[in-house]
Design a protein around this ligand. Structure first.
Ligand SMILES: Nc1ncnc2c1ncn2[C@@H]1O[C@H](COP(=O)(O)OP(=O)(O)OP(=O)(O)O)[C@@H](O)[C@H]1O
Ligand SMILES: [Mg+2]
Length: 224
């Protein structure tokens, strides 16, 4: 199978007053389409920096990132924004839902950014909310939903553009064990049934076990 993502010798440094910080230091690996990748490592080891670089939100200081044959490291800002809109879904620890929008309005945001007309946004968003089992909660605001339901809305929003890859940064970090299992089962279902590649940062060994590929970071370096 072909690689969806190839990372070659990437580094990300920050010049601080008291010296250079190596957030990532000579990291290389390859991911195949349909892989479920778990990324673990101590606080400050570079996990979030890695996800941000792979999704084109920050640029590596050196090295290459190749997504489906296209080099991201020398893409323009406009090309990177286009790449994210078309190929990438995000799920964050704090759900990052917009508080004054209902569940369905939150899910519609990426569609509206991609220029879909309103009727189309409604239909596509209802379908993904149904997929995550929330069709009867679509007119609820985030504060009217449980934590697990809020995270399922966030997953629906990540899915609605039919991304080829989902980046998740501690998606179960704010959930109790039962809800964490529920969310992990959802991510696994999306991975298996829709063949969407998942790269997930987690501190939880149980969550990390869902991955068929495991990346461990320490001080910005691979520790496998
Ligand atoms: N914008 C920045 N400017 C300067 N240093 C940064 C910046 N972003 C991250 N760093 C440094 O890079 C290192 C890696 O940070 P990163 O956020 O990737 O860690 P992490 O593994 O996600 O940690 P956590 O588990 O706590 O979320 C840390 O030492 C951090 O202080
Ligand atoms: Mg982090």
């Amino acid at each position: 199978m072909t690689n969806i993502l190839t990372v070659q010798n990437i580094a990300k440094t920050y010049n601080m007053r008291d010296g250079i910080v190596y957030a990532l230091n000579d990291v290389s690996f390859a991911i195949k389409k349909g892989d479920f990748v778990s990324i673990t490592g101590p606080s400050g080891s570079g996990k979030t920096t890695l996800l941000l670089a792979l999704s084109g939100l920050i640029r590596p200081t050196s090295g290459q990132i190749i997504f489906e044959g296209k080099h991201l490291e020398n893409a323009s800002d406009k090309e990177l924004a286009g790449f994210r809109k078309k190929h990438v879904g995000f799920v964050m620890q704090n759900f990052s839902l917009i508080p004054y929008m209902t569940a369905i309005q939150n899910v519609m945001v990426p569609l509206s950014l991609n220029g879909h007309v309103s009727a189309e946004q409604q239909v596509l968003s209802s379908a993904v909310l149904e997929l995550v089992g929330l069709e009867n909660r679509k007119n609820h605001f985030p504060r009217e939903l449980s934590a697990g339901q809020q995270q399922r809305v966030a997953i629906a929003r990540a899915l609605v553009n039919k991304p080829s890859i989902i980046f998740a940064d501690e998606p179960t970090g704010n959930l109790d064990p039962a809800l964490s299992t529920e969310i992990m089962e959802f991510l696994q279902k999306i991975n298996k049934e829709l063949n969407i590649t998942i790269m997930m940062v987690t501190h939880s060994p149980q969550a990390a076990n869902y991955g068929n590929v495991k990346i461990m970071l320490e001080d910005g370096k691979l520790n496998n």
